[in-house]
Design a protein around this ligand. Structure first.
Ligand code: FAD
Length: 496
């Protein structure tokens, strides 16, 4: 049966919006992406100032094969357009007692380093990594790469195999509990608990199933794209354009036009335009609030607790630090207290864990000669109207004290450029509900099932992709949301 070529509107040029546009253009459809801002990428953006370049949001790339796949289905060689390398050291961890641990990508070196620096038995570490791999092999296919709204998912061979292993998946204990049972070393428990933050969750609440995440970084690998993270956005936008996708920047969509229970177009400030299908890459809460004001929203899904947010200082630092790597973590002394502040009290503790990302270690043009571009981030609660100006001032002080103490150098004297991103701006710049980095948190057992589906069950011709819907936040998941969504669209013959 031959299908009609569809005219499709994508609202938002976040990574998922761009990926959806590429997939649908490759299927032969005519796709227009509407982006409120002057540049594409949403959270995956960059800042350039006074000789420094900073990736504004994501800094860690895992599963780059999902990006390669977009070039491959377009019939192109990914390496011609997007290059990346695997990092030798995934992350460099610093503790207040001067212990420094390098998480090498080489597994033998990694296990040796973790055991030597923490006193933990290598066997326990190997068991943990194998467990993480088992979780990935059994669950990623179900929760990351398939629709949970398709009954077929639950009866697939993969699901039937997984049901037999349910007791091993750690659904009923927290990540922290599982890690305490696995390890004696508080440092190792903290190091592995940190993976909860990779989707904005709390290790003291999120199910132990989230121990799936270390496998992504420690076994499959952490990657660095040539040119920095923003090269993902640039390379994919160019691919989209080669496939005929049209981008309309500085064009905010104000409303999705409905005819009864059917999406028939979009309205901008100046125009109403007809489309066969509409895809919203805008955060799901704001999609209902702003684009679909006359539709009763699915309140239960939309009111699920949101992930953490972040406070980022982009510092141009006029010195280089040999002891630092691309990814660095300076741990707090009381991790439980830190997460209680973020998820229970809604404020910040006075000893936060600090993440420092330095892309100029690899991409030397990101900073002037002899200097480094520091992306300094702490996890924060999402935006509940806190006094952020006060919290930023307090945090800046404690961050500078902690980094100066650990690096035995007065850091504040070295900062020659500063930009700041806080939860309010993350919310206003990308329309992310409460400024959450990853949509809903995964702090409860049912979180995976309580994300909005990629296809609207109530409004015909309406679809959703991005970090606030299934399967969740983070670049790999956003790319997966675009793929799941695209499976609802037919392939059509391209017009000559
Ligand atoms: P978004 O990036 O949310 O973009 C949505 C786009 O839609 C925006 O460009 C916005 O302007 C546009 N838009 C919204 N409404 C409209 C409208 N009405 N009309 C037109 N345009 C509209 N992930 C990782 O994998 N690794 C990391 O290391 C990592 N670190 C992160 C650090 C930070 C500080 C942040 C903020 C996020 C991080 N993430 C990380 C998460 C990751 O960035 C996001 O999950 C992902 O980029 C979200 O993409 P998205 O497709 O949902 O769209």
């Amino acid at each position: 049966m031959s299908h009609k070529r569809l005219e499709i509107a994508v609202i938002g040029s976040g990574i998922a919006g761009i990926a959806a546009a590429i997939r649908l253009a490759i299927k032969g459809h005519e796709v227009t992406v509407f982006e409120a801002h002057a540049t594409p990428g949403g959270k995956l953006n960059q800042i350039s100032t006074s000789g420094y370049r900073f990736d504004a949001g994501p800094s860690l790339l895992t599963l780059p094969s999902l990006i390669d796949e977009l070039f491959e289905i377009a019939g192109e060689n990914p390496e011609d357009h997007f290059q990346y390398e695997q990092l030798d050291t995934n992350c460099h961890y610093f503790f207040e007692d001067n212990t420094a641990i390098k998480a090498y990508s080489d597994q033998t070196k990694l296990i040796h380093e973790l055991a030597a620096k923490t006193g933990e038995s290598p066997d326990a570490i190997v068991r943990h990594l194998r467990h993480s791999q088992m979780l990935f092999e059994n669950l990623s296919g179900l929760f990351m790469f398939r629709s949970l709204n398709d009954p077929g998912t639950y009866f697939s061979k993969q699901a039937l195999k997984a049901y037999l292993k349910i007791p091993q998946f750690g659904f009923f204990k927290t990540m922290n509990r599982a890690n305490e049972q696995r390890f004696d070393s508080p440092k190792l428990i903290q190091l592995f608990n940190r993976y909860a933050t990779y989707n904005g969750s709390d290790p003291y609440q999120t199910p132990a199933t989230m121990n799936i995440i270390p496998h992504l970084e420690m076994s499959i690998g952490a990657y660095f794209p040539r040119g920095g993270m923003y090269s993902i956005t640039s390379a994919l936008v160019k691919l989209a354009e080669r496939k005929g996708v049209k981008f309309r920047f500085k064009t905010r969509v104000n409303r999705i036009i409905l005819n009864g229970k059917k999406a028939i177009g979009i309205a901008t400030k100046s125009d109403e335009e007809r489309f066969d299908k509409v895809i919203s890459n805008m955060d799901i809460v704001n999609s209902y609030k702003h684009l679909l004001p006359d539709i009763t929203p699915p309140k239960f899904l939309l009111n699920q607790p949101k992930s953490s947010s972040a406070l980022i200082f982009y510092w141009g630092v006029k010195r280089q630090f040999d002891q630092l790597d691309v990814h660095n973590i300076f741990f707090s002394e009381d991790y439980k207290k830190e997460f209680d502040h973020i998820f229970q009290k809604g404020n910040l503790c006075n000893d936060p864990t600090i993440y420092v990302n330095i892309t100029s270690k690899k991409n030397t043009s990101d900073a002037p000669s002899g200097c480094e571009n520091w992306f300094v981030m702490i996890n924060t609660p999402n935006n509940q109207g806190q006094n952020w100006d006060e919290l930023i001032a307090q945090s800046r002080k404690v961050i500078l004290e902690k980094l100066s103490r650990n690096l035995k150098t007065n850091i504040s004297e070295l900062i020659e450029v500063e930009e700041i991103l806080d939860p309010r701006q993350i919310e206003s710049k990308t329309s992310s509900s409460l400024g959450a980095l990853y949509g809903n948190s995964s702090n409860n057992l049912f979180a995976a099932f309580l994300r909005h589906a990629n296809k609207s069950a109530r409004i015909k011709n309406l679809f959703f992709c991005g970090g606030s819907v299934h399967p969740g936040g983070g670049i790999p998941m956003c790319l997966s949301s675009a793929k799941i969504l695209s499976e609802h669209f037919p392939q059509v013959a391209r017009q000559a």
